[in-house]
Design a protein around this ligand. Structure first.
Ligand code: ING
Length: 311
């Protein structure tokens, strides 16, 4: 009997600053219910799903900034989502801005959680690869201030046994770094889920704008194939607070094939039955790390931060 998990990628259209968390949670519940109706075991929501992606603009007032963060999870605003998921018997993944107090210090993380069908939080991840700038960039059409608003995640890349498989979490820019998938795959990941907020225009590198959708797909398809794992990437899409963001939410097989992709820039659920044993097929053959990967022969490059080749 193959181990399968029916996964829903629940893309969100824009979330505007004026939209309350209660209204956003209603949208998430609508997608969750559609997922249940379509047989989903797990519904994957996007990065910073509860609010507009506020790193796209500069704020200085700590209270104004902290208003975008959740200081508990479930929070009062998200409790209805947890309750409905429990009632429906569907697990979910949620990305949100997390306000934590650690060693007496306030910490701000770009966080994602995996929640089981019993409504309990199975695992938590805090975003490690924070793109953009740590200070306002003058003259830009919009900002990317993740280094300004968020602390670097301190939980590492981890996997959890859940939904009859091994599931890993990462977030947005993490998907562009091969190390992300490899570190999760070395722990046995068969399914990696992530959300993203990706503008069509990159003010720091406008020459790549025409490639933004290609790079999105390339990163996730390569990550899936080269690490023998399913990858589910879920967008916050459409024009949000003046920033047009890509959609292309996708469910990608360990073969690297895209088995489902969103076709709108709005709230949209795509669903696929993911055969987790397909991941095992690739792990036992092409990407058999134990038999085929020879890290001891790679030379020092594996331990060095980067190598400048002389001459
Ligand atoms: N967003 C973008 C992402 O990695 C980005 C930032 C866009 C970086 C394009 C490089 C190129 O998809 C987030 N939130 O990381």
């Amino acid at each position: 009997m193959p181990r399968t998990i029916i996964v829903g990628a629940a893309q969100l259209g824009p979330v505007h600053r004026s939209e309350s968390r209660a209204d956003v949670v209603k949208r998430l519940i609508t997608l969750l219910r559609e997922g249940k109706a379509r047989g989903c075991d797990l519904v994957v929501f996007t990065e910073v799903a509860l609010t507009a992606f506020f790193p796209h603009w500069h704020m200085t007032d700590p209270a104004e900034i902290d208003a975008y963060f959740e200081s508990s999870m479930p929070s009062p605003a998200t409790q209805p989502l947890f309750d409905e998921a429990l009632r429906l018997g569907v697990g979910f993944h949620l990305g949100y801005a997390e306000l934590a107090v650690e060693d007496g210090q306030k910490r701000h993380y770009n966080t994602a959680i995996l929640v089981g069908k019993d409504g309990r939080i199975i695992g938590k991840y805090r975003k490690i690869h924070l793109p953009g700038w740590d200070c306002e960039q003058p003259g830009q059409p919009f900002q990317n201030l993740e280094k300004y608003y968020f602390d670097v995640g301190n939980l590492g890349f981890r996997v959890w046994r859940a939904f009859d498989g091994i599931i890993g979490l990462c977030i947005c820019n993490d998907r562009r770094w091969p190390e992300t998938y490899r570190v999760l795959a070395l722990q046995g990941a068969e399914l990696i889920v992530l959300g993203y907020n990706t503008p069509v225009h990159n003010p720091a590198l406008p020459s790549t704008d025409l490639l933004v959708n290609f790079h999105n797909q390339l990163s996730m398809q390569a990550g899936a194939y080269q690490n023998a794992t399913w990858v589910v990437g879920v967008a916050k899409a459409g024009e949000e607070e003046g920033v047009l963001q890509i959609g292309q939410s996708s469910i990608i097989a360990p073969s690297g094939e895209v088995v489902a992709m969103a076709t709108t820039l709005e709230d949209e659920l795509i669903v696929a039955k993911c055969d987790l044993d397909l991941a095992q097929m690739y792990k036992q053959n092409v990407f058999n790390f134990a038999k085929n990967r020879r890290i001891e022969h790679y030379g020092l490059i594996t331990q060095q931060r980067g190598v400048v080749v002389e001459g």
